[in-house]
Design a binder for this molecule. Structure first.
Ligand code: SF4
Length: 508
């Protein structure tokens, strides 16, 4: 068991009311410890959790945050980001409000309450685990705060009004309502800043907040500042709450970063945290295990050695295409390249006998003896037929990008991560005939560290003829997270009858 409230994250709440034990959503682990769905994460969790939950809960949250980061990197509007958060949250981080849970089908009130508490505990603990993982560098902190604030915004906007009000009342926010008589006294000054409120002024209300809490509004002259306080229309309360959430989280992450060295001796946690923070760069981190190609008749396609080259050239992502072309021309691949490509082909549905035939043909400059001695075993090993007979999954983008980085002679890895801009540009032109103006966007995303966004854009560009538009990704906005998923999505598009394909956006 691991006690989640490790000393390095033991932040004190910023404001006095952090000590409000009775209503604080994060204070205890007994039933009712989380009266609200929303959480400002001012206090770390104190309940015991297993090391397995420690990592798996954090991975689930990471999948939601990765989706937010991807959608933001692709400049999707808030409505689409919201839809993406909803999709991922329903899958990995369900967090229901009291009202929804009460109307649900769960049998008894006690069971309902228990389920809600577990959802909220998962939300709470996973937030703090990722805080530890993401406090290490300024870049990671920035990305974490951005994604967490978006997640909080989504929850705030979708919360039931009464519960949202109750949550806000229980917080120690530093604003107060402006009394109506004071508001009337400053009518002219307020209307000078908010002329749009002229007709509704009497029904409006305002909040007072120390001006330094809303520097952006002050800078843009969007608020009246009087005696050190900014007066903000209550309608803009959401911006205030989000600004508060953002500022607190940023400060708490910095304090966690200062305390991190104290974790160095904990060899159970460090690898987990390292793994989690690496995953942030590359979207969802799940392995993909259902990738065999399916034909129009609904049956799995029987793939033979002869089919590999045409299939890969038509449907594979850049990492696998590059491995295949290197293998075709040099009749050789170094260890990690063979490993990456062999598992990819296995996942695709290439039977082991066909795999042996395929590799034997590709290693055409090698003697039978050498092939049998040096490669037959490893190919079969990848299929779980030798050694410990484990069913090794094909590598996900997260693994390809973060593990076993390629050396100068290697060809494995992710081209968006491991190629120089020039080599990446050449590969895009040579393998996919991507025009220079379209390349610019892909190169930009790769340069910014959004490798899966770059790969997703490549998919969209190269499948425009099948009606794939910007933002569609692999389907319904899904980003690339696994080479086999990329291949499967491309294959599926090719299977749809011509008349079913939407009008091409771009006749390439
Ligand atoms: Fe391959 Fe994933 Fe990189 Fe695309 S993002 S090239 S699928 S590793």
């Amino acid at each position: 068991m691991f006690r989640a409230a490790a000393p390095p994250v033991a932040h004190r709440p910023e404001h006095g009311k952090g000590a409000q034990v009775a209503h604080h959503p994060t204070r205890a682990s007994a039933p009712g410890a989380y009266p609200f769905r929303l959480n400002m994460y001012s206090v770390p969790p104190v309940q015991d959790i297993t090391v397995d939950d420690f990592e798996s809960w954090a991975l689930d949250r990471l999948r939601v945050l990765a989706e937010i980061e991807t959608a933001s990197a692709r400049n999707q509007p808030w409505s689409e980001i919201k839809a993406a958060i909803e999709r991922r949250s329903n899958e990995y981080l369900v967090l229901r409000s009291n009202a929804v849970a009460q109307s649900g089908a769960v049998a008894t009130a006690a069971a309902k309450a228990k389920e809600l508490q577990r959802e909220r505990a998962k939300d709470h603990v996973s937030h703090f685990v990722l805080r530890l993982a993401f406090s290490r560098t300024e870049e990671l902190r920035r990305r974490f705060v951005h994604a967490e604030t978006a997640l909080f915004r989504y929850r705030l906007e979708t919360e039931h009004l009464a519960e949202r009000e109750a949550f806000l009342r229980a917080q120690d926010f530093v604003w107060r309502a402006v009394p109506p008589e004071e508001q009337r006294r400053h009518r002219e000054q307020l209307l000078a800043v908010h002329p749009r409120l002229a007709t509704t002024f009497d029904s409006e209300s305002f909040l007072q907040v120390p001006w330094h809490r809303v520097p952006d509004l002050v800078e843009r002259r969007r608020v009246l500042v009087l005696r050190g306080t900014a007066w903000i229309p209550t309608k803009e309360q959401s911006s205030l709450i989000l600004a508060e959430f953002h500022a607190r989280l940023q400060a708490q992450l910095e304090s966690t970063a200062r305390a991190l060295p104290r974790l160095d001796e904990d060899d159970r946690l460090l690898p987990v945290l390292e793994h989690l923070s690496m995953g942030s760069m590359v979207g969802a981190t799940n392995d993909y295990t259902n990738a065999a190609l399916v034909g129009v008749d609904g049956e799995s396609v029987h793939i033979t050695a002869d089919m590999v080259a045409p299939l890969v050239r038509q449907h594979a992502p850049l990492c696998m295409r590059h491995l295949h072309e290197t293998l075709s021309t040099s009749h050789h691949l170094r260890h990690y390249g063979r490993l990456q490509y062999n598992l990819f082909l296995k996942e695709l549905g290439l039977p082991v006998e066909e795999a042996l035939l395929f590799w034997r043909r590709m290693f055409s400059t090698m003697t039978d003896d050498k092939f049998n001695k040096e490669h037959r075993y490893n190919i079969r090993h990848g299929y779980g037929l030798e050694g410990r007979r484990l069913n090794y999954p094909a590598k996900s983008c997260a693994r390809i990008i973060t593990q076993d980085p390629p050396g100068p002679q290697d060809t494995h890895g992710c081209p968006f991560r491991h190629f120089s801009p020039q080599n990446l540009s050449t590969a895009l032109s040579t393998y996919y005939h991507v025009a220079p103006d379209e390349q610019a966007e892909i190169l930009q995303a790769a340069k910014a560290g959004h490798y899966h966004v770059a790969c997703t854009r490549l998919f969209e560009i190269t499948h425009a003829k099948q009606g794939v538009a910007r933002g569609d990704g692999l389907g319904q906005g899904e980003s690339v997270a696994h080479p086999n998923r990329y291949m499967e999505a491309s294959w599926r598009l090719a299977q749809q009858p011509a008349e079913a394909a939407p009008q091409a956006m771009d006749e390439r």
